[in-house]
Design a protein around this ligand. Structure first.
Ligand code: NAD
Length: 459
């Protein structure tokens, strides 16, 4: 068993969860393997009917899941209730729809018929992080199940509770036993045994680059396709011709949920001529942030997930100060008892500063200015990450040319966090491997096979 604490009241124990080990991990993979043949043999429409039922059950449970998730990891309740948890149901519906239409191809050539078949790949291990755990798990589980794979989900040990609710709902939806399994516990004591099991035919991971490197080695040993959605260090580039007020609102919004968002635009890169005006607007919006309980509608700044994570954020800022980076605002924890950290803005001594180059995953932004647009793009593209980037400009021409020049898996122009579930999602550079979203995830969870039949002489 391991103990779970709520970031909202760290001193109290919230729950005890049974910890997976080698034995439990082996049992879960064996269960997924046993269930695979029958699940894979169902038609996509039959599988979709289970996914639709699950989506309906999630819809009915949204307030409960939102309450548990909020308590477990402190994302804002309002956001969980109205957007994040309902997205879980949308994920299952979207993949039930898509899988029903996901087909192979047929064509004739060289006197033969080529039948390209898409086959379910096999038992799939899905490993998820602690930020938005329910939404991220459903985003990965839905395409795997829709494609005909069976699943073992290992949620993060810092926010494990909503995965167990998902398992209950899968049960209620009448899925055959073994199609969906959950193993709780730490990465080392549960996750690693799942990823090294040769019966596993796909591994889908979301989390840090550091863990991805370890899982990638296990995947390589068994020649298993592996997809990784990893960290980010998104740039927010504001050109001289931009709507500065709107850009500043978006920039200040990066502190929502204390910046524990992989897609967060944490590097503000602003045209010199407008930088003072931008900072005025930015500070006005930062002043509007409300720090408080994640259950209060007005709250925007929530506690960090865990004391260890708070320490990590503090250490980043301390090292920045030692490095000669200038704190423009914030820069310390707010309260000795609770897990809040001040919204912080740092002007780096150089673009090579650690605070510019590495993901903090907290309420810490950097501020840089530029004279020429080319310089802005170079700064934006200068980290090893490439998950997302954001551009503010008043010109449609620049939206296209500079938007194309930004090196990231997703680039937003004059908007932020807008997503179409059928668009590809993933990172460039060290931000990821493979793509999620739409057919891209179904492709990952399927094996392609060519069946080539010589046409009969009279055909
Ligand atoms: P993490 O890498 O520490 O842990 C993620 C998961 O991996 C957890 O379930 C953990 O138990 C498991 N794990 C750890 N070691 C393992 C091992 N050796 N074998 C198997 N499993 C192991 O990441 P985290 O701190 O939970 O999450 C934060 C990170 O996730 C940030 O870098 C963030 O940017 C990233 N993230 C990325 C996306 C995306 O879509 N790109 C979304 C959310 C979070």
């Amino acid at each position: 068993m391991f103990k779970v604490h709520s970031p909202l009241k760290w001193e109290e124990e919230l729950a005890e969860v049974s910890a997976g080990d080698r034995n439990i991990s082996d049992l879960a993979v064996a269960s997924a393997s046993e269930a695979f043949k029958d699940w894979a043999n169902l038609s996509p429409q039959e599988r979709a009917s289970f996914l639709y039922r699950l989506a309906d059950l999630i819809d009915m449970e949204v307030p409960n899941i939102a309450r548990v998730e909020c308590t477990d990891m402190a994302m804002r309740y309002e956001s969980l209730l109205n957007r994040v948890i309902p997205r879980g149901a949308r994920n299952f519906r979207a993949y039930a729809d898509l899988a029903s239409e996901y087909q192979g191809r047929v064509w004739d050539s060289n006197g033969t018929t080529n039948l390209i078949q898409r086959l379910p790949a096999g038992p799939t291990v899905i490993i998820t992080p602690w930020n938005a755990p329910f939404m991220l798990a459903t985003w990965k589980v839905a395409p795997a199940l829709a494609a005909g794979n069976t699943v073992v989900l290992k949620p993060a040990e810092w926010a494990p509770l909503s995965a167990s609710i998902l398992a209950d709902l899968v049960d209620q939806a009448g899925f055959p036993p073994g199609v969906f399994n959950v193993v709780q516990g730490t990465g080392e004591e549960a996750g690693s045994f799942l990823t090294e099991d040769p019966k596993v035919r796909r591994i889908s991971f979301t989390g840090s680059c550091e863990t991805a490197r370890k899982i990638g080695i296990e995947a390589a040993k068994n020649i298993v396709p592996f997809t990784a959605e990893l960290g980010g260090k998104g740039a927010l580039v504001v050109l001289q011709d931009a709507d500065v007020e709107q850009a500043a609102i978006t920039a200040a919004g990066q502190y929502d949920d204390s910046g524990q968002v992989c897609l967060a635009a944490t590097r503000l890169i602003v045209a010199d001529e407008i930088s003072e005006h931008f900072l005025d607007c930015f500070y006005q919006n930062v002043d509007k942030h409300v720090l408080g309980s994640s259950f209060e509608d007005a709250t925007t700044i929530t506690p960090l997930i865990h004391p260890d994570h708070l320490q990590r954020v503090e250490a980043f800022v301390d090292r920045a100060v030692e490095n000669g980076d200038e704190i423009l605002r914030g820069g310390k924890r707010l309260d000795a008892e609770q897990l809040f950290y001040e919204p912080t803005l740092i002007k780096p001594a150089s673009n090579n500063s650690e605070i510019v180059q590495n993901e903090v995953f907290g309420p810490v932004l950097t501020f840089q200015t530029f004279e020429k647009e080319e310089e802005a793009i170079n700064l934006a593209n200068s980290t090893e990450y490439g998950l997302s980037a954001t551009l503010f400009t008043g010109s449609m021409e620049k939206a296209k040319t500079l938007g194309s020049a930004l090196r990231a898996g997703t680039v937003w122009v004059n908007c932020f966090l807008v997503r179409d579930l059928s668009a590809p999602f993933g990172g460039l550079g060290i931000s990821g491997l493979g793509r999620e979203g739409g057919d891209y995830a179904l492709d990952f969870h399927s094996d392609l096979k060519t069946l080539q039949i010589r046409n009969s002489d009279d055909s």
